[in-house]
Design a binder for this molecule. Structure first.
Ligand code: HEM
Length: 398
């Protein structure tokens, strides 16, 4: 039985495991073995992945028996400190609703000029660095960390601390004890911040959540877990997209030239959707466990059985993305991709991620038209074992 995650092929760093195309055609629901020996159903077709993710009989509760977790470290922290990411409705909806106002499209669009300022300022700093410079620590992480810090009300000066701890929490190689320790350190840090904000509220998400806490809708523990989720998800994910997306553009010069020739808002927005689809940084599938007997792709999945809905495979399904889905095509209509998930848990921060990416790519290539890799692509360190795919570092010249 194949081990999951399936291995990526050597060669193109953007390609998902080669087995996906055969599975989609011949065995759209198949069995795989997870890191802990658990046997899970792997669902690979676009339509079936959407079906699983929109069916309330598939649970996101990590404490439910049979839940297919990513690793011992990820399981330990999420089981002990659940957030709405790992809750089912109606509890999930109650918690998520507390944040919809903060992350809604209208609100994030109003922040666009501010995000643009951050990008320009950080590009000033980046271009002043000695070359070669690392695009990950020099630009990608600073952009996303500055924006989420400001939105939440977290001091940006603490970025090294929260980036490091968040990195431990999304690594498949962090053991349970180390992960729980990292989680505790983040919570203690956030606890101090919340106490200071309670005395001196501001226009930010932490102050808003303190108001919510005062109504009795959540307790301090839940508030801290929610903030931990927002701070981690808010910088790590999009930073991976900035670096990996830049690499994909550099490796596809024809596509990059087309983007540089037309940086109108709709063209850039479309390009960002295609990069999100093509790269699917959420590459270890959406994890669920069946709470009832359900038929998926003609197969009976029994209550208690784990399911991995492979959104990375779905994003390369030719039935959903005709015209060679294994090719990066920035003109493609790709907005229905599943990189942000689907159904009730679909990414809360997607409007923010979109605006950041729409601002970063054109600004980067406008400021640095000669941008290029400083090492061969084969020497780049890819995050193959992390919950989010991306690059640990990316040395560039210009
Ligand atoms: C390119 C960047 C990003 C990607 C690819 C991404 C991907 C995802 C995915 C796939 C899910 C669904 C998880 C599931 O189905 O189990 C999710 C949920 C979530 N994301 Fe993102 N995300 C990104 C950026 C962000 C940002 C910037 C934030 C801001 C705080 C954020 C906050 C969240 C939260 C709070 C959830 C939980 C939603 C729920 O369970 O209702 N994400 N994200």
């Amino acid at each position: 039985m194949p081990e999951y995650p399936l291995k990526r092929p050597t060669g193109c760093p953007f390609d998902p495991p080669a087995e996906f195309s055969t599975l989609r055609e011949q065995e759209p629901i198949s069995k795989v073995r997870l890191w802990d020996g658990k046997i899970a159903w792997l669902v690979t077709r676009y339509d079936d992945v959407r079906e699983v993710l929109s069916d309330p009989r598939f649970s996101s509760d990590m404490n439910a028996p049979g839940f297919p977790s990513h690793s011992a470290g990820v399981a330990a922290t999420r089981q002990k400190h659940p957030t709405f990411l790992n809750m089912d409705d109606p509890e999930h909806a109650v918690h998520r609703r507390m944040l919809t106002r903060d992350f809604m499209i209208k609100r994030v669009e109003a922040l666009r000029p501010r995000i643009r300022d951050h990008v320009q300022r950080l590009l000033d700093e980046f271009t002043a660095r000695p070359r070669p410079a690392d695009l990950v620590t020099g630009l990608a992480l600073p952009v996303t960390s500055s924006v989420i810090s400001e939105l939440l009300g977290v001091p940006y000066e603490d970025h090294e601390f929260f980036q490091y701890q968040s990195g431990l929490l999304v690594s498949g190689e962090t053991g349970p004890e180390e992960a729980l320790q990292a989680y505790e350190e983040m919570r203690e840090y956030l606890r101090g911040l919340v106490e200071r904000k309670a005395a001196e509220p501001a226009e930010d998400v932490i102050s808003h959540l303190i108001e919510v806490e005062r109504t009795g809708a959540i307790d301090r523990d839940q508030l801290l877990n929610m903030l931990r989720l927002l701070l981690g998800a808010g910088h790590e994910t999009t930073a991976n997209m900035i670096a990996l997306g830049t690499l994909a553009l550099l490796e596809n010069p024809g596509q990059l030239a087309a983007l540089r020739a037309d940086t109108s808002a709709p063209r850039v927005a479309n390009a960002v959707e295609e990069l999100l689809r093509y790269l699917t940084i959420t590459h270890f599938g959406r994890r669920r466990v069946a709470t009832a007997d359900v038929e998926v792709a003609g197969q009976l999945v029994r209550a208690g059985e784990p399911v991995v809905a492979a959104n990375d495979s779905a994003n390369r399904d030719p039935d959903a993305f005709p015209g060679d889905p294994d090719r990066l095509d920035l003109g493609r209509e790709a907005r229905h991709h599943l990189t942000f998930g689907y159904g009730v848990h679909q990414c809360l921060g997607q409007p923010l991620a979109r605006v950041e990416l729409q601002e970063v790519y054109p600004a980067l290539f406008e400021r640095l038209p000669g941008l290029r890799l400083a090492v061969p692509v084969e020497e780049l360190p890819f995050k193959t074992h992390m919950v989010f795919y991306g690059l640990f570092s990316m040395p560039v010249e210009w």
